[in-house]
Design a protein around this ligand. Structure first.
Ligand SMILES: C[S@@+](CC[C@H](N)C(=O)[O-])C[C@H]1O[C@@H](n2cnc3c(N)ncnc32)[C@H](O)[C@@H]1O
Length: 200
């Protein structure tokens, strides 16, 4: 499992829990589903992976649709969290919906579907990378993401500093237990922020 922008840099699936076998795990913004497929096939977790964009889920199903224990759904992350009745052991996002959806309602919705002491892990583009800087408030920055067919889709990005993520998590009844900066070989600055939190 990769959390950062450089393969092999940073921790793997262990940050989501010591043994994931049979655990209910949710990915928000799975893209083509490579991390969800890894958790279901290698760690035998029961993984639900959602992505807003149909094309991403179609691609994920083409590649990984046969893996037992992996459910791939086209859905907005907030909408899924508001409608599911499942309580998850771990929730995660790798440059996915966390950071691309207003953190205040999203983290509150995650906390409602995470079991007590369950883990939320997410990586986001590092807010201090060159040319960036934390948005530092409720207003997101506007940009685009590239889809597998080469098209670009507009997105809003909430780029919080580590301290702002800690505060946002605390407001949502979660506690940051680790914040790590992840680098990329050949680049002087960290490219990703990895945040691991525990539901109270
Ligand atoms: C930069 S991609 C990362 C994909 C994948 N996690 C990876 O590491 O390759 C961001 C993904 O988040 C999805 N996304 C954006 N907003 C979302 C939302 N509100 N709900 C669910 N998925 C969302 C996008 O469609 C896109 O596939």
């Amino acid at each position: 499992m990769e959390w950062g922008t450089c393969p092999g840099v940073g921790p793997g699936a262990e940050v989501l829990g010591r043994s994931l076998r049979g655990r209910r795990v949710l990915e928000l913004g799975c893209g083509q589903g490579q991390n969800a497929a890894h958790l279901a096939s290698r760690h035998r977790a029961q993984v639900t992976a959602v992505d807003l964009v149909d094309l991403q889920i179609q691609g994920a199903r083409d590649r990984y649709g046969e893996i037992p224990g992996l459910t791939l759904l086209a859905s907005d992350a907030m909408r899924f969290l508001q409608h599911t009745a499942v309580v998850f052991d771990s929730v995660y996002s790798v440059f996915g919906a966390v950071g691309l959806v207003d953190p205040r309602p999203l983290l509150a919705a995650v906390a409602r579907r995470l079991r007590p002491h369950g883990i939320l892990g997410f990586s986001v583009p590092h807010p201090g990378r060159p040319g960036s800087g934390p948005t530092g408030g409720p207003q997101p920055r506007h940009g685009t993401i590239r889809l597998p067919d080469g098209s670009r889709r507009p997105v809003a990005r909430w780029e919080l500093s580590a301290a702002e993520w800690r505060r946002a998590l605390a407001r949502a009844d979660m506690r940051a237990i680790a914040v790590r900066e992840l680098g990329h070989s050949g680049r002087a600055h960290p490219t990703a922020l990895l945040v691991i939190a525990r539901r109270n």
